[in-house]
Design a protein around this ligand. Structure first.
Ligand SMILES: Cc1cc2nc3c(=O)[nH]c(=O)nc-3n(C[C@H](O)[C@H](O)[C@H](O)COP(=O)(O)O)c2cc1C
Ligand code: SF4
Length: 558
């Protein structure tokens, strides 16, 4: 497939971009507790810029200290942050991408522990929030002065962004954060009618646009997915206000903390690809402004199609670029991209207060690239599940000669009744797994024919490392029985609900399994290591992390 649309240059408000792939704003918690830029944060964004996207939108930063929604949120509410932000922008520019930053204020959903008090907002609540824990906020209401201060602080933050060298600014007007509260009848008791709410937001936008010389994009909700929330018609009604206020682009997302299923904000496995594309398309049909589409558009064909059909001008690939920072470059070169499973392990770790982590890419927060041995080794891998293949790919990329013995081409976890608590998207899981095979082949890994249990004689000589990645074994050979039990339990309605219980899931899939005891074929002179479930039965993220760690450790000369 040709990706002619994805990789054609374009522009937002006169700022030219090398292509139409955007990294949308995604909180990483890689800033310091007070909000300073860290080397990990720079490395994270630089790697994604190096990976070929046209525009990097740096994560949400609140224009007011009182709007901080999370711990370790990036700061922009004081001039002290400018030098750090400048170094971040320079790192992104160095890789040929444009840099934007999202200004986002938590409003009623700011974190009381961050603020040391009640949030200030347009609603007195109760306001549901789920971050490190589920809680309900009862904010203080804005008065006229505090509304004016809000505008002043947004303008000041935008000026800081410009001074730091950002090419554009995005305002977060969705997902239930402050600007989404201000636009909504449901969460704005201060400005009771729609015209007053739209006028206030338009004046906020206009004052920013007049104060800075860089373009401003606005993140809109296509659909809040709850009865009193915003609909696409509401957003279409607001669109002319944004256009008149001088906005240069709109990004169309969806979902809200109050959505019937709040997870739709960052749509996990059970949702279809392109969840918010209909809304983007509706907005695109009503405006001349460039439209950025987002939400499960990370399959290259889906992204290209959205542009080719004229439903959007840019596509934001979020988790796709967490999972594979080189999504854009690889797509353009028709190389295998490491597929995001939409398992939302990243969202859960981030929301639980930890730094961003990914189930299929444990290098998200690393600043160091793997060491490379000066002398290439010969490595023999037994087992071709995610851990075995990941180890093989990482080893081959470091220049080692790698051989894999694969009993079959199936990934047993793909048959489990739930994955990370979701109904599994087996097609996507299959794509991830097939993709790993293709990555291995692209990296030059030799794979024995399926069904072959022993390495051919020519693979047995001069082997340095034997990696046992055959997975775990069930206690007392209970494997076949447990698999039948799982299959039965996941088909009958009541036990089906039981199977969704994390505890039962854990017992059946992990607690009843043992690490591998018996070594695979002994190869004289080779050192045997165990990786993934063979070493410690656990979740995919842990197995893949172990495979990376061990490959990198083996790659080091010391
Ligand atoms: C870990 C994580 C953090 C996010 N943080 C933000 C944020 O700060 N601001 C925002 O507007 N969206 C945020 N999002 C939503 C993304 O920008 C994007 O809309 C969403 O992930 C859907 O796109 P995708 O399917 O390509 O991942 C976050 C998503 C993830 C996965
Ligand atoms: S953790 Fe899961 S959802 Fe998040 S980027 Fe990685 S694979 Fe995708």
């Amino acid at each position: 497939m040709s990706y002619a649309h994805l990789f054609s240059p374009s522009a937002i408000g006169g700022v030219e971009m090398r292509n139409r792939v955007v990294l949308p704003s995604m909180t990483t918690r890689l800033a310091t507790p007070s909000g300073e830029v860290t080397p990990e944060l720079v490395s994270y964004y630089q790697e994604r810029a190096r990976g070929g996207c046209g525009l990097v939108i740096v994560e949400m930063a609140s224009p007011q200290r009182r709007g901080r929604h999370r711990g370790r949120e990036l700061g922009i509410d004081s001039d002290e942050y400018i030098p750090g932000l400048r170094s971040l922008v320079a790192a992104i520019h160095e890789q040929g991408a444009r840099a934007g930053i999202q200004l986002g204020h938590g409003g009623a959903r700011a974190l009381p522990t961050e603020l040391g008090g009640r949030p200030l907002a347009s609603t007195a609540g109760p306001v549901p929030v789920f971050e490190t824990a589920r809680f309900v906020n009862f904010p203080e209401l804005f008065d006229e002065d505090s509304l004016e201060q809000l505008v002043v602080d947004h303008v000041a933050a935008a000026r800081r962004a410009e001074e730091a060298g950002f090419d554009m600014i995005e305002l977060h007007g969705a997902h239930g954060y402050l600007l989404a509260q201000l636009i909504s009848a449901d969460e704005n008791q201060v400005l009771p009618n729609a015209a007053a709410r739209y006028d206030f937001l338009a004046s906020l936008v206009r004052r920013i646009v007049e104060a800075v010389g860089i373009p401003l994009s606005y993140r809109l909700s296509g659909q809040d997915y709850y009865s009193a929330g915003q609909t696409v018609d509401d957003s279409l009604a607001f669109l002319p206000y944004l256009e008149n206020a001088g906005v240069s682009a709109v990004s169309v997302t969806g979902g809200h903390y109050k959505s019937v299923d709040p997870e739709i904000m960052i749509p996990p496995m059970p949702y279809e690809d392109g969840v918010f594309l209909d809304a983007a398309r509706a907005v695109k049909a009503r405006t001349r402004l460039p439209v950025i589409a987002v939400g499960r558009v990370n399959a290259p064909a889906v992204a290209e199609d959205a542009l080719a059909q004229g439903w959007a001008d840019f596509v934001a690939v979020g988790r796709g670029q967490i999972a594979d920072p080189h999504w854009a470059r690889k797509t353009q070169q028709h190389l295998q991209v490491r597929e995001c499973l939409a398992c939302n392990h990243c969202v859960r770790t981030m929301r639980s207060g930890q730094q961003l982590a990914c189930a299929v890419n444990p290098t998200v927060t690393t600043t160091d690239r793997p060491a490379t041995r000066t002398v290439a080794q010969r490595r023999l891998v037994f087992g071709a599940g995610p851990a075995g293949l990941t180890y093989a790919v990482e080893s081959a990329r470091a220049g080692h000669e790698v051989y894999v013995i694969a009993r079959d081409r199936t990934w047993k976890a793909a048959a489990a009744p739930t994955f990370n608590g979701y109904r599994p998207d087996r097609q996507r899981m299959r794509r991830y797994f097939d993709g790993l095979w293709r990555e291995a082949v692209e990296a030059g890994v030799h794979i024995a024919p399926e069904g072959e249990r022993e390495p051919p004689p020519e693979w047995r000589t001069n082997v340095d490392v034997v990696a046992d990645a055959r997975g775990a074994t069930y206690v007392g050979n209970l494997g076949p029985l447990v698999r039948i039990l799982i299959r039965v339990l996941s088909r009958v309605p009541l036990p089906k609900r039981l199977m969704k219980s994390d505890r039962l899931h854990h017992i059946l899939l992990y607690d009843l399994r043992n690490p591998r005891r018996k070594e695979p074929t002994r190869i004289p002179g080779a050192r045997t290591i165990k990786i993934g479930d063979a070493a410690q039965p656990g979740e995919l993220a842990a197995a893949v992390r172990d495979a990376f760690t061990q490959a990198w450790k083996e790659n080091s000369d010391d």
